[in-house]
Design a protein around this ligand. Structure first.
Ligand SMILES: [Zn+2]
Ligand SMILES: [Zn+2]
Length: 381
């Protein structure tokens, strides 16, 4: 089969790989019909995530058709159209029982923090992902969700990560009616976090970025007040000024690849003395009101970052963070899509044949051609 192959930072291509096989009674093989490139794939692509191995197939956002199921999978059959949450979760361990599907204890041999994730670094279990014609799906009796007949597959594929991650970012913010919510990052997750903030009762939603076309998009899609951080001086001072006492909730939807500070770029991205650049986290902690909430869904490597923890203590801030527990949110999100309260496919800007994966990564990484969300289409789709 054809599959994306990681060759090292900024080098990806499509190669022939062996067809995945059932390796466990709870496995399924899924023929991929759509697979997105995620902002967090760019962290891999840029070499920001430890233990990203050459030869891996990325892709944790995919949907497709069940080809084959193991003997232990009774709720799926060949021919079912499914969306597959990016978290690989057993559904039975201590953490899964609490709905913490992003922290499954069984799916990642490291098991100290994050659970298994399709197509990510070996810190997330080292599973091959869905930027391929076929993919092996472990714990297939638990994760995959049948796509309702009425749902557009373009909406379905975005329910595997971007939508639930943005939604959980807003949920973790504990937004109260009328709250001012600031989202750092106008990428796909930031856009969905800002959109979701309204569903939780926000009274004012502000998006900060520096990519002009994305801010323009956020203005109408979310809809949000938008600011280019290059034009507002110190974002912390600016946010305090326009919100009087500081935002009630700040959401970091950027993670390790952040721009905006030469010091962080040097220490985190060039010298790798911290796990990437943590600029939005500094802005979030320092601008949020005293007693406010900082919600983090941006991806950071599992090692340390220099964050202003003293300010967290002195301001009495609550920090909430996690990988989204996709499966937990799906029933509600499917309802929101059906009722038109969330429009996932509205963020898709590019459809690219899987064969052109290198071009798609370049386009997305360099923010060319107004790219917000690229979707890869395998030729067998
Ligand atoms: Zn993703
Ligand atoms: Zn589990």
């Amino acid at each position: 089969m054809r599959a994306m192959d990681y060759r090292g930072p900024r080098r990806v291509r499509v190669v022939d790989k062996p067809m995945p096989k059932l390796e466990h009674p709870r496995d399924a093989i899924v023929r991929v019909t759509r697979s997105c490139i995620c902002g967090s794939d760019l962290h891999l692509y840029h070499g920001m995530v430890p233990d990203t191995r050459v030869g891996m197939t990325f892709g944790h956002e995919f949907c497709g058709v069940v080809e084959e199921v193991g003997s232990g999978v009774e709720n799926l059959k060949a021919g079912d159209h499914v969306l597959v949450p990016f978290n690989i979760a057993c559904g039975q361990c201590h953490f899964c029982k609490q709905g913490l599907f992003g922290n499954c204890h069984e799916s990642n041999a490291q098991a100290t923090a994050v659970g298994g994730i399709f197509g990510y670094s070996h810190t997330a279990g080292g599973y091959d992902g869905g930027q391929a014609e076929y993919v092996r799906v472990p714990y297939a009796d638990f994760g995959p969700t049948i796509i309702p007949d009425w749902m557009d597959p373009d909406d379905a594929v975005l329910l595997t990560d971007v939508v639930p991650t943005g939604y959980q970012a807003a949920e973790m913010g504990g937004i109260q009616k009328g709250d001012t919510v600031v989202v750092f990052g106008a990428g796909p997750v930031g856009l969905l976090a800002a959109r979701s903030a309204w569903l939780f009762g926000a009274g004012r939603v502000i998006v900060i970025d520096h990519v002009e076309y994305r801010l323009e998009f956020a203005r109408t899609y979310c809809p949000a007040e938008v600011y280019d951080f290059r034009e507002i001086g110190d974002p912390v001072v600016f946010l305090k000024k326009i919100t009087d006492i500081g935002p009630d909730v700040c959401i970091d939807a950027v993670g390790a690849d952040a721009s905006g500070n030469a010091w962080h770029t040097l220490f985190g991205k060039k010298l790798k003395l911290e796990a990437g650049s943590a600029v939005p986290l500094h802005w979030a902690i320092n601008s949020v009101k005293k007693g406010g909430v900082v919600s983090i869904v941006g991806v950071y490597g599992p090692t340390g970052n220099m964050v202003p923890i003293g300010n967290v203590v002195n301001k009495g801030i609550t920090i909430r963070a996690n990988q989204a527990s996709v499966k937990r949110h799906l029933p509600k999100l499917i309802e929101h899509v059906r009722e038109g309260r969330i429009d996932p496919k509205g963020i898709i800007t590019h459809r690219v044949p899987l064969e052109d994966v290198a071009e798609a990564y370049h386009l997305f990484s360099s923010k060319l051609d107004g790219c917000i969300k690229p979707v890869l289409i395998p030729s067998a789709a």
